[in-house]
Design a protein around this ligand. Structure first.
Ligand code: CO
Length: 136
């Protein structure tokens, strides 16, 4: 039960296709495809890097939390995600230390991972996601 890596950094983007081109063509990163995450009301796009990835997040069907974020801020650094090897134990351990989460239990996010978000007020204003792959 521990954090095993920085899984990704997510950037909220008002125009997903334009941002994908920027990361592919302007920055030369490898594009690993898009995935709509209905549970989170987001369209995501991933650019794997050595041991981490950049995640672009965009509102799915113009609604959800990312839509609200973009309306308020225009775009920006949205969250950090730490990879866990036992997310339930980490939630229990952090809850016991007084951390608040945005949901009571993990949900299924992009790449078939269990995901949960720690409330930004528990982490000096930074939104932190924990994830655990269910593929192995
Ligand atoms: Co994420």
């Amino acid at each position: 039960m521990m954090i095993t890596g920085l899984d990704h950094i997510a950037i909220a983007v008002p125009d997903l296709e334009k941002a994908i081109s920027r990361f592919m063509e302007d920055f030369g990163l490898a594009f690993n495809g898009k995935e709509d995450v209905k549970s989170a009301k987001t369209s995501t796009a991933f650019f794997p890097l050595d041991k981490t990835q950049i995640e672009l997040v965009h509102p799915l069907n113009g609604e959800g939390p990312i839509q609200k974020y973009i309306e308020k801020k225009g775009g920006g650094m949205h969250h950090l995600c730490f990879r866990s090897d036992n997310i339930e134990e980490d939630i229990e351990r952090l809850t016991a230390k007084g951390y608040q989460f945005l949901s009571d239990a993990p949900t299924i996010g992009a790449h078939n991972c269990k995901v949960i978000f720690i409330h930004p007020k528990s982490c000096d204003g930074v939104l932190i996601e924990l994830n655990q792959s269910m593929d192995h």
